[in-house]
Design a protein around this ligand. Structure first.
Ligand code: FES
Ligand SMILES: [Fe+2]
Length: 336
């Protein structure tokens, strides 16, 4: 069995939201997490499960297999796999073989996955990450794949200096006018940004009551087990807080050394009455957010190299928290 040499492999002990629930049907899917190739499948009774991709017999990809009842059957010689990794070989029914299985949960419209740790008692299963959401409506879940390491991807989403140049709607007019505050905690970093909203195309404000001259505040907290940032974005005109606000919950999943997935949940207040919110406002928020995240991905795809080292001398005021995030990734996510 090829050894997983990904430098994020220790992160597999945390829960990761890998896929929206609706995207997993009966066909097994090949995915990757922290350098570990795996196959996600849904049994006939609807339970999601995941096992290591390579069949332990002769290495056929189990993504080529098919679900039979509560088991996944290998396409090559028909060995079958239970959700918990028990292996059934038709020619060796008495053999007690096991394959590597992952723990899988479904919650918040997502499929979560982690690798059980050696000697871990079942009651030690860590809880899923939580975030505030009961006060707002889910406008959508998006997935983006970034061709860059975890640290460089998180860097991009931990400063607002680039919002002036890279973004079209959500951002600041001028970084020099942004008030910035950073609070460092043992297991989290908090950042507050406020300043004039940048100009944006007018179509947007037909649905949403923010205006280009508003004061924009983008505050967030980043935690690291797994890496997760919860952004609170609000707008005000003078003292009056706009009704529209956006909460962005973004998980950073290292798929491999130089590939990171963003799993993003978007929350807003009800913007339009009744079903109009679901039919018009939510898709619009989803489309604009997806577009803005595409711009981030495009910027990260243009990095000249993927060295995650930072040179402290060349960091600006918006970048100070990046070094702190590095330390917490090492301690909180990778565990050492
Ligand atoms: S390779 Fe899977 S059963 Fe033989
Ligand atoms: Fe951005």
């Amino acid at each position: 069995m090829a050894e997983n040499t990904c430098r994020y492999r220790a992160g597999l002990r945390h829960w990761h939201p890998l896929l929206p629930t609706r995207q997993l049907r009966r066909r097994p899917l090949r995915l990757q997490l922290c350098g570990e190739p795996l196959v996600l499948f849904r049994t006939a009774s609807g339970v999601a499960a995941a096992v290591r991709e390579a069949c332990p017999h002769r290495r056929m990809s189990l993504a080529a297999g098919r679900v039979r009842g509560e088991q996944l059957e290998c396409a090559y010689h028909g060995w079958r796999f239970d959700r918990d990794g028990a292996v059934h070989c038709p020619l060796m029914p008495a053999a007690e073989l096991r394959h590597h299985a992952f723990q899988v949960r479904e919650a918040h419209g997502l499929i979560w996955l982690r690798q059980p740790q050696p000697q871990e008692p079942p009651q030690a299963l860590p809880p899923l990450p939580s975030w505030p959401h009961a006060d707002l409506l889910l406008a959508g879940i998006t997935l983006h794949t970034v061709p860059a390491p975890l640290e460089l991807t998180l860097d991009n989403f931990t400063e607002t200096e680039h919002t002036t140049t890279i973004h079209q709607v959500f951002g600041f007019r001028d970084p020099a006018q942004v008030q910035l505050r950073v609070d460092l905690e043992l297991n989290a970093t908090r950042v507050w940004n406020s300043g004039p909203q940048k100009p944006f195309p007018r179509l947007f404000d037909a649905f949403i009551d923010i205006r280009p001259a508003d004061a924009f505040a983008n505050d967030w907290v980043t935690s690291f087990a797994p890496p997760l940032t919860v952004y609170e974005q609000t707008w005000r005109r003078g003292e009056r807080l706009r009704r529209f606000r956006l909460r962005v919950v973004m998980f950073f999943l290292p798929l491999a050394d130089a590939c990171t997935q963003l799993t993003t949940l978007l929350y807003t207040p009800r913007v339009l009455p009744g079903p109009l919110h679901r039919w018009l406002a939510a898709p619009m928020v989803r489309a604009i957010s997806t577009y803005e995240l595409d711009l981030d991905v495009r910027a990260l795809a243009r990095l000249a190299d993927l060295d995650p080292q930072l040179s402290p001398r060349s960091l600006g005021p918006f970048d100070r928290v990046l070094l702190e995030n590095r330390r917490r990734i090492q301690a909180g996510y990778l565990g050492g």
